[in-house]
Design a protein around this ligand. Structure first.
Ligand code: KIV
Length: 257
């Protein structure tokens, strides 16, 4: 059965929400069995394209990857990141969000920011476009890439932003790289679920970049747990394949017509 946004909201304080990123059909079709939300994140900038910043991701790239992911999803809620410079004002955001939804059939879009995009989110929600918010470390605009919430001024701003996003009508908020007590505070003060990445166990759900979780990405982040080291598995398989090709063991009779 398809996951409904209303059911995800009801999970708050009852059951944790499970979420991962996917950029293609094959991965999405596996994640679909275990995840409530699958995000086509603009993190594909560094993970797939080796770009320095998510700012380099275009709307077309997000749409093409999302079309692939769409083919792998039957149950999970599919959320697509709106890339940088595609929501600079309400009119632009509405046009691009509509394009993403019509081309990819996703269930929601995600936008980074707080007060600055309050009116934009309100416009999308008024036009029946479900929106996921994103606070804390905002890769599209952050310059320092540091954890958020140590300074009081930062804590106050993030809490205020969360309350504003809720007022604007988001159905959930990603909290990225946020200090534990702040994640707890935000989570307790809003009615919609928070989805944490590097934001403690106190969020209502968790999200990770899939390539990090399986150890395909060689980077090591403190907030990531590698549940397997898929690089080793791929190495073993490719090594065996190359040996067998060179020894003329593959293809054998079974693989031939
Ligand atoms: O782009 C992305 O993958 C994200 C997650 C890290 C939340 O925004």
């Amino acid at each position: 059965m398809k996951k409904k946004i209303s059911d995800l909201i009801k999970k708050k304080n009852k059951q944790k929400i499970v979420s991962l990123t996917a950029y293609s059909k094959n991965v999405a079709s596996i994640l679909d069995n275990y995840c409530d939300i699958i995000l086509v994140g603009d993190s594909l900038a560094s993970v797939l394209y080796n770009y320095k910043s998510t700012r380099q991701v275009s709307l077309e790239m997000m749409i093409e990857h999302s079309k692939s992911v769409r083919m792998g999803i039957k149950k999970a809620l599919m959320v697509v990141d709106m890339p940088y410079n595609t929501y600079r004002n309400s009119k632009e955001a509405l046009k691009n969000a509509k394009k993403i939804i019509s081309k990819t059939k996703c269930g929601a879009v995600k936008l980074e920011g707080g007060k600055k995009i309050y009116e934009i989110i309100k416009t999308l929600v008024k036009n029946k476009i479900p929106v996921m918010g994103h606070l804390g470390l905002l890769p599209q605009s952050d310059k320092t890439f540091k954890f958020k919430g140590k300074k009081k001024i930062e804590r106050d701003r993030i809490l205020k932003d969360a309350l504003l996003l809720e007022k604007a009508g988001v159905f959930s908020i990603v909290l990225e790289c946020v200090e534990t007590s702040l994640a707890k505070l935000v989570t307790h003060n809003i009615k919609v679920p928070t989805i944490g990445i590097g934001a403690s166990k106190y969020c209502d759900g968790q999200i990770l970049v899939f390539d990090d979780l399986i150890g395909l990405n060689q980077m090591n982040y403190r907030f990531v747990k590698k549940y397997t080291n898929i690089r080793n598995e791929i190495s073993k398989a490719v090594s065996n394949y190359s040996k067998e090709v060179r020894k003329i063991k593959f293809p054998n009779k079974k693989n031939s017509y």
